[in-house]
Design a protein around this ligand. Sequence first.
Ligand SMILES: Cc1cc2nc3c(=O)[nH]c(=O)nc-3n(C[C@H](O)[C@H](O)[C@H](O)COP(=O)(O)OP(=O)(O)OC[C@H]3O[C@@H](n4cnc5c(N)ncnc54)[C@H](O)[C@@H]3O)c2cc1C
Length: 473
Amino acid sequence: MNDAADEQVAKAEAALADTRFTTYWLDSLDVVDDESALQEDTQCDLLVVGGGFCGLWAALQAREQDPDRSVVLIEAHSVANGASGRPAAIMSTSVMHGIDNTERIFPDDVAELERLGRENMDGFRETVERYAIDCDLEWGGEMKVSIGDQGLATVEEDYQLYLKYGHDAVKLDKDAVQAEIHSPIFHGGTWSKQRCGTVHPGKLVRGLKRAALSAGVRLHENTPMLNTRKTAAGIEVNTPAASITARKVLLATNAWAAGHRHISRRVAAIRDRIVVTEPLSDMQMEKIGWRNRQGIYDTRTQLNYMRLTADNRILFGGRLDYFYGNDTDPALDRTAQPFIRLVQSFYRTFPQLADEIRFDYAWSGPIGLTTRMAVHYQKYHDGDMVFAGGYSGFGVTASRFGARVGLAILDQQDIAETRMQFAKTLPNYIPPEPFRWIGAKITMYALDTLDEKGGWRKLWVAMVEKMGFPITL
Ligand SMILES: Cc1cc2nc3c(=O)[nH]c(=O)nc-3n(C[C@H](O)[C@H](O)[C@H](O)COP(=O)(O)OP(=O)(O)OC[C@H]3O[C@@H](n4cnc5c(N)ncnc54)[C@H](O)[C@@H]3O)c2cc1C
């Protein structure tokens, strides 16, 4: 490393010196008591396993659809223990990880999936309002920004897709994008203004938990599912102290499903990282602009995303990693070292803050990754147990839709959604260990250096894309 690079690393280390390696979203909320763990054997019509967005939306919608259906939800730790307590929480209308990804995986269904996405977002908003969930909703829109001129073609493609599928989007040239957000590396952007923005995911999870309880869901935290078996009475799910016999089971265990012998063939537990600054002063806010408070993604190969929090911190994320055996909580991610490169990307994005900003929080979260990067459904026990998950990096609002369709599949409902390809087919296999770890490590290294060095990295990335992963979307 040269002196300038050493200095950058030292600056990042200093900015991370007092960082808390925990999620800002939950740390900024009052501590509340967990719901009691399951102690006695019980029965129900529907058991939901997992207290993230997908599980909570499933339990709530199940009771709303049929108030006579008995619904139990069990969560291994506390609700929001997984990805749902740790995202950037940029909200999008897409239910399939962006329109570009939808075109890639289901080219014949894009228009309908986009319509369903809009309908989902309206339903999301209506539910949040009906249950009076105070979760810092901001409808500033979502924006894809081009880093330098290299990303302009991607931004243009996004803009054309937004227009084609009826979004209220505008294209921004270099001056216009820099007038919105004062970053010298943004050379253009596409800003989709309607039905998207940002939310406080911790408050949203807590609100959904309250809503589910008020709708009659029986919720038990600190109650991990240990195993399942089909019996004449239904599916028996064992937990440490008691068992549940359920007519139907929805597994909403996201990345943890990668620990399941069968589900893991198509789901890998990837880590994604985030840093959050201290609150910006009025003068620092002036320096960055961002008055419309959009959620932002950029076009770097190792994509970064960013947003403001209600108390004007910058949340900056996007360094993927994989740990052997689908580890969902690696100790390494509770130290400064893996966040240094993310902080350096922050400095390149907002050089005007580089000498003065500290990072109060840094954390990583488990993403359930599939080759489609979108929800899919795996059936077990003759279809009476369904895994719904694999939202990858786009599940805060898409999980409401994914949960609704998961319930319909469990109930064998013949509706338009259950007849669509996304509900009927499965993503590709992902190699097992040790190939999964080796492949992930080479891919991460290739991505880190692709933009500057090219060469074999391009061939490798092309091969990984052939396996079905959309690396350069
Ligand atoms: C760093 C990061 C940034 C992200 N940014 C965004 C974003 O900006 N926008 C967006 O839309 N999405 C984003 N996402 C994705 C989004 O957070 C997820 O798609 C979504 O939260 C998935 O919800 P889930 O309920 O499927 O999974 P989770 O929230 O992970 O919930 C699964 C739950 O299952 C529980 N569980 C596991 N095993 C068991 C068991 N055996 N018994 C009982 N319970 C069990 C876990 O404890 C966990 O609470 C991001 C994710 C991460 C990690």
